[in-house]
Structures are given as C-alpha cells and as structure tokens.
Design a protein around this ligand. Structure first.
Ligand code: KG4
Ligand code: ZN
Length: 426
C-alpha cells in the first residue's frame, strides 16, 4: 500500500500496467486514470490453437510463458513509460484457464513486489464491462453518463453470455447478475458451428464475414423459452464459466441456452447432405490433414499429431461455400443475435436500465451492432460497444477496471492466486 504522501501523487498520475492471460491472448497495456490508453499490446495464440480447432490449455500456458516478458516490454516501450513511472500493476485473477491465469499472476506479483507497487486483482468479466467505459471516456475526454447511471451489461464471449446490472457508486462499481447461459456461451456456439462447417478457429469472425452472403430467413432456427420447471429445480449451470448465483434465483426469461442450436445446425447439415461439402472445404482451407482435424473436431477431440496448417483467407472460404451453406450460416447468426436481443431488451426493461453496454468477443460482430443499435434507439435506450480491438481479450480493459480499485485502495492480498471460476457480483 502506498504511503499517504505518495498516494496523492499516484492518484493524480494514475498510470496502471494491466496484464491479461486468462485464455489464449497474452496482453499488456498502460492506461492513465482509467481513461487514456497509452499502449495496448495483444499477442494472439490463434495460430497455435487453430491447428486443434480450439484452445489447448497446456499450450496456452506455455505460450503465455514465452510471450509475457516481450509483451510487457513492448507495452511499456509503446507508452514511453519506464517501470519506475508506474503507480500500480493490475492482473486478471479469473475466471479463465488456471494455468494461463497463473502465468500473468506470478509475473504481476513479482513485478509489484520488486518495484514496491500496489497489485490489483481484476475479474475478467468486469474487465470486459470496463472496455466499454474506457472507450466512452476516451472518446468524450471525460467521464460520461455511463459512469453516472446504472447500465445493463451483456458480456458475450467465448466463455460467457451473462447479463449484469452494473451500478456506479462514488467512483466504484457493483454488479448484480440478471441472466446467464445454462450451457454453452454464444461465442462457443459460433466456434463449434464454424468447426462443423469446416471453417477456421475462432469461428466468430469467419461466420461474421460469410453471413452477409446468405439469406438469414432460409432456415427457421428457434430458441425455446427456458422452462420454469428446469429453472426452479435449482440445477447448477453446465458451463465452465464463472461461478454465479444459483440459476433458481434468476428470472427464466433472462436465461440463455446455446447448446441446442449447435445440435440443430449439425442435424441440418446431415439431413441436407452438406457434410461432404464441409469436409472438402476443410481440406481446401487447411490442407490434406484438415479433413481428419475437421472430422474429429465434431466430437471435440484434439490430438497432437493432427496439425492442419493455418487457413489461407476468408475470401477463399466464401468461394468454397454453396448458397445453402451461406444461407445456413446467415440463419444461424440471425437466430443467435435475435435471441441475445430479445433477452437483453426484456432484462433492461425489467431492471429499469436506461443504458446498455454490449461487450466481449461476440460484440465485435457486425450484424449484432447493426441490429442492436436501431432497436436501442427505438426504445430510447443509450447503447455503447467497445472498439473492435477492445471487444476481444485485451489488457487495457484490465487496467481501466483497476482504476476505481486504486482510488478505493482495494489491493490484492500477497497470496493472490488464480480462481478459474471467479464470480462477478451477486
Ligand atoms: O472475449 P473473447 O476474446 O474471449 C473470451 O473471453 O472468451 O471472445 C472470444 C469469442 C470467440 O468465441 C469468438 O468466436 C468470438 O468471441 N468472436 C466473434 C467475433 N469475433 C470474435 N463472434 C461473432 N462475431 C465476431 N466478429
Ligand atoms: Zn474475454
């Protein structure tokens, strides 16, 4: 904890080094007073994991170990800041992959100890929410309405589809869980559908770029309303995501389920004999070994000797998709976004939020932004998204989320460790 004299200086300057290693990106950033990003460096492991069609935890830890020192150095150099200029170190402590989180935590702890800097632990989901707040503040050059009034936040990524009521109170924030997925996250559905269609990893950007060439109404996918019976049974959610309040406490209208649509796409592919096309596409995009990778990917296995090369380009994928496949992709995306919208707007109305924050990797989706924005305007709601770079995992959002904690002197304990299912709020 800084000496009271030093605290004043710390608060007036507010230079925080953020570190994020919860999944498959090694990221470091320097952010000033939670509103000005001096540097944000993200080293993606996509090329490593794309070979397996999903994140391999052991490889993620190894890649973080390799990247953490050069990524932090690059962020400091880009920001023109030396270690002695920093006022605090912030690190993601969960939720995420245990081994991956530990690399960032061990590094941040050592750095904070050696430089006698306060260490701040940040929840990854809170980070995603602050990605939007950071973006709004840096665009306005000052705190905005989002810093003053409660917002309904949808965190929609590869690991989460969670709705929170985020409330600012004298510079710090509280979060109340309003809804969540019972099984897969929306991003996970994108990744699995892309895999079974012989496209690349992560699936979101591939589906995003191909969906605009298909008819979104060709295949009528639907989402059943989550039943009260299931909801009242007090079942725990079948997801690897953050531990949260028991689902029985949540309104079933704000619960999501994305595992069904993945199965529906698989059935559609089989029923309409589209499998051969998907296999051929995988071979063309990923080379000879692509087919075996693709076949196995549907049953979710990854083995070290299946190493398809990295895909060439998404334009090439377009030329390898028949119109029925493009229609299937467009219909899948249209249905997922429709379900996200229906529940987000209903929840905003129920909790009386006048503002929406949409964040996480899936918030980078073009159709999602195009549909949410006019609907929010029609309902008289404010809406904000992060920039595309701040939508997916990054460390600027971690440094921004740490700023209110630095002001409130909420520092991490010396025995801070990774919490893979760290919950946010109540
Ligand atoms: O937030 P993020 O980088 O990592 C997690 O915390 O999970 O989100 C990654 C997820 C992946 O599932 C990826 O397929 C999805 O976000 N994603 C997208 C798009 N870009 C990334 N989904 C739909 N459209 C996109 N443009
Ligand atoms: Zn994330």
């Amino acid at each position: 904890m800084p000496h009271p004299d030093r605290l004043k200086e710390v608060i007036s300057r507010g230079l925080i080094l953020g570190i994020e290693t919860s999944c498959d990106e090694t990221a470091a950033a320097v952010v000033e007073r939670g509103s000005r990003t001096l540097a944000s460096v993200v080293s993606s492991q996509i090329d490593t994991h794309a070979r397996y069609g999903g994140v391999v935890p052991e490889l993620a830890s190894r890649e973080h170990l390799r990247a953490i020192v050069p990524v932090v150095r690059a962020a400091l150099a880009q920001a023109g800041v030396a270690l002695h200029d920093l006022d605090a170190v912030a690190v993601t402590s969960g939720p995420g992959l245990a081994g991956a989180l530990l690399v960032g935590i061990a590094y941040a702890k050592a750095l904070a100890f050696a430089r006698r800097l306060p260490l701040i632990a940040v929840n990854h989901l809170e980070g995603h929410i602050h990605a939007v707040l950071l973006n709004e503040r840096s665009a306005a050059g000052a705190p905005t309405r989002f810093d003053e009034e409660p917002s309904l936040a949808l965190v929609v990524s590869g690991g989460h589809t969670h709705l929170y009521l985020a409330r600012p109170a004298h510079g710090s924030w509280t979060y109340a869980l309003v809804g969540r997925t019972l099984d897969d996250a929306a991003g996970e559905a994108y990744d699995k559908v892309a895999k079974l269609l012989g496209l690349g990893y992560p699936g979101g950007p591939w589906i995003d770029s191909l969906a605009r060439f298909g008819d979104p109404f060709a295949v009528p996918f639907s989402f059943a309303q989550i039943k009260r019976k299931v909801h009242l049974a007090g079942k725990t959610a079948r997801t690897k995501a953050a531990r949260t309040a028991p689902i029985a406490k949540l309104d079933p209208h704000f619960l999501f389920s994305f595992s069904g649509i993945k199965t529906a796409v698989l059935r559609y592919v089989e029923l309409h004999a589209m499998r051969a096309e998907a296999d051929a596409r995988a071979v063309r995009l990923f080379g000879a070994q692509g087919a075996s990778w693709h076949d196995r990917s549907v049953s979710n296995s990854a083995s070290a000797n299946m190493r398809p090369p990295i895909p060439q380009s998404r334009e090439q994928a377009l030329s390898l998709c028949s119109q029925p496949t493009l229609d299937l992709i467009a219909s899948f995306q249209h249905a997922v976004i429709g379900d996200l919208m229906k529940k987000t707007f209903a929840a905003a109305q129920a909790v009386g939020a006048a503002r929406l924050l949409i964040t996480g990797g899936v918030a980078a989706n073009r159709e999602l932004r195009q549909r949410y924005t006019p609907e929010a305007a029609r309902r008289g709601l404010g809406i904000a998204f992060p920039t595309l770079a701040l939508s997916t995992d990054n460390a600027a959002m971690i440094a921004a989320a740490a700023w209110p904690r630095l002001l409130a002197q909420q520092f991490a304990p010396p025995d801070l460790t990774a919490d893979p299912s760290l919950a946010l709020g109540v």
